[in-house]
Design a protein around this ligand. Structure first.
Ligand code: MUC
Ligand code: MG
Length: 367
């Protein structure tokens, strides 16, 4: 069980369809594959996606912090020593996706060593979860076509619509076009990535009042503290904290401060161990959670479905698991599949992750 080596491999895979949203745009998955090797020769793996516009990390900063600080802190410990890992890694602030990938890689190794799938080690609640697809900025017809394609090809009927453009009517028109195209057959919710002011958000929500939205996420900046509280008080659906509540303490602060009424959990930034802390905190506070997408590749998406399937409250809502479909290729030997609008949690020991060595050789950036 002893960790003998930790590796951080930068790789880059282009998107066929870039994702655009209020805080940025992703054209290439320039991620880092993190590997934790044990004395028994087992290798645990996970993916860290740099999101400079959200967490300040870059591909090189993730590689550097793993090689210089976090890797050496884990070598010599057991893959089961998660509290010790946390104590050591949290001496360094920030760097959430680097920490999260290391945590998930240790769970992957532990699952392989114990012969159990990680979703069962975490909680074992469900075999599969419903999938929600994120629709990035585009013209209304293009976004309707994209939703239609996802429904036809994968049976997906839940869509998170990116909003936060100016004027806000651009986005209201998209949501209206989606509702008109699909009627009651689809679930729709919106994510503003802090693009609007509180008053723009309030006007947009009022104009979308007849469109049956189920959630509203980060419509304006949480740092506009009073404006956010004013908005959340009048929001008719749960208001989801995503980038404003990435740690347990932030979740407490935002929920108790009246700045959110639901929480997005992303394994890309809180791994499995810290995501469980966030989940249990949300349950204790009595707020709903949604399993979010950090624009993950297939390795990261596998981690998200494992976490979502493991617990009752993470599998209650559709989890955001499908944006890897817009990548031109990926690292896994067996690509992930979505059928009937659902994705299954892997049943193989660990995360059931098999990275194709040829693909890794093709896309790695350090060779
Ligand atoms: C999301 O839910 O916001 C876009 C920016 C980010 O941090 O995550 C994605 C999706
Ligand atoms: Mg979000």
């Amino acid at each position: 069980l002893t960790i003998t080596d930790v590796e951080a491999i930068p790789f880059a895979i282009p998107y066929t369809k870039p994702l655009r949203f209020a805080s940025g745009e992703v054209r290439t998955a320039d991620h880092v594959l993190v590997r934790v090797r044990t004395a028994a020769g087992v290798v645990g793996q996970a993916e860290a996606p740099p999101r400079p516009f959200t967490y300040g990390e870059t591909q090189s900063s993730i590689v550097a912090v793993v090689e210089q600080l976090f890797g050496p802190a884990l070598v010599g410990t057991s893959v089961l020593d998660r509290e010790l890992h946390r104590a050591r890694l949290h001496r360094t602030i920030a760097n959430p996706t680097a920490k999260a990938a290391l945590d998930m890689a240790t769970w992957d190794a532990a699952g392989q060593l114990l012969g159990q799938p990680v979703h069962r080690l975490l909680g074992g609640y469900a075999e599969s979860v419903r999938v929600s697809h994120m629709l990035g900025f585009d013209d209304p017809q293009v976004m309707v076509q994209e939703a239609e394609r996802m429904r036809e090809a994968h049976g997906i009927t839940t869509f998170k619509v990116k909003v936060g453009r100016r004027p806000y009517q651009l986005d209201v028109a998209v949501v209206r076009a989606l509702r008109e195209a699909f009627g009651d057959e689809v679930e729709l919710y919106v994510d503003g990535n802090r693009g609007w002011t509180a008053s723009e958000s309030a006007r947009a929500l009022a104009e979308m009042a007849d469109l049956g939205l189920t959630l509203a996420e980060e419509l304006n900046p949480a740092d506009d503290v009073l404006g956010r509280r004013w908005l959340v008080q009048q929001c008719p659906v749960p208001f989801v904290a995503d980038e404003s509540a990435t740690r347990p303490a932030e979740v407490t602060r935002e929920i108790l401060g009246g700045s959110a009424t639901a929480v997005s959990i992303k394994t890309a930034r809180t791994g499995f161990s810290e995501s469980q802390r966030v989940l249990h905190l949300a349950e204790g506070l009595g707020v709903e959670v949604v399993v979010g997408n950090q624009i993950d590749g297939q390795v990261g998406t596998l981690a998200s479905v494992v976490f979502a399937a493991a617990h009752a409250s993470t599998s209650a809502r559709a989890a955001e698991l499908s944006n890897f479909l817009d990548m031109s290729d990926d690292l896994l030997v067996e690509p992930l599949t979505i059928t009937g609008g659902r994705m299954a949690a892997p049943t193989a020991p660990g995360l059931g992750l098999h990275v194709d060595p040829d693909k890794l050789a093709r896309y790695r950036q350090d060779a």
